[in-house]
Design a protein around this ligand. Structure first.
Ligand code: AMP
Length: 211
């Protein structure tokens, strides 16, 4: 199974990808996490990516496409793959198809999670991350419910001014959605529901798709 989770920032792609990866044993790749790693490691690519990320903009296709193509050529993808945050443009979707076709694979399904902007702004500006395990909480907690540590932070790009830029520039573009729709591989999910309900809806969409 190669599943793509699409949606504006804050729609819950990361949360759902983690849950589905746990449930089904698929590999979860988040391009946001991969980029934050190379930024922290201060690699040449990381330094280039940082300026775009800090401004709330998309990192150029050339950087992100090479990064993901190298990663999905590794053997652990064979268990099944959930892509969270990639592709975000039509050229990225085209490059993904090409990279997968080279290995005799193809995208099986794309799920687009949708929610109104006001809700996404509210979620992102009240989002706290556990520094130890990455658990996401909607309020600052004393102890992480997942690992028990007390070390929470907010993402720099979750500040309201950056959130507005991200929502303006990072919603799944219509041309990319149309590509998956035309292939009969797209389903839209209401991201205003509970986390459990969204997971159930995604799994219902995947029924009948090879898993
Ligand atoms: P995320 O954690 O998915 O919100 O991503 C954090 C930041 O990484 C985004 O605001 C973008 O700057 C960058 N990013 C992540 N995925 C992509 C992508 N597929 N294409 C371009 N930029 C990306």
């Amino acid at each position: 199974m190669i599943l793509i989770l699409l949606g504006a920032p804050g729609t819950g792609k990361g949360t759902q990808a983690k849950l589905l990866a746990q449930k089904r044993g698929w590999l979860h790749l988040s391009t946001g996490d991969m980029l934050r790693e190379i930024v922290a490691a201060q690699t040449e690519l990381g330094k280039q990516a940082k300026s775009y990320m800090d401004a709330g903009n998309l990192v150029p296709d050339a950087i992100i496409i090479d990064m993901i193509a190298a990663r999905i050529s590794q053997p652990d993808v064979e268990a099944g793959l959930i892509l969270d945050g990639f592709p975000r443009t039509l050229p990225q979707a085209t490059a993904l198809d090409k990279a997968l076709a080279g290995a005799g694979k193809a995208v099986d399904f794309a799920v687009n999670i949708v929610a109104p902007d006001e809700e996404l702004i509210r979620r992102l500006s009240t989002r706290w991350l556990c520094n130890n395990c990455g658990h996401i909480a909607s309020v600052q907690m004393e102890k992480c419910p997942s690992c028990g540590q007390s070390d929470f932070r907010q993402r720099a790009d979750d500040q309201p001014d950056k959130v507005r830029v991200r929502l303006e520039k990072q919603k799944p573009p219509a041309d990319m959605l149309a590509r998956y729709q035309a292939a009969g591989k797209l389903c839209e999910i209401d991201g205003m529901q509970s986390i459990e309900r969204v997971t159930a809806d995604i799994l219902a969409c995947l029924e009948g798709v090879r898993t």
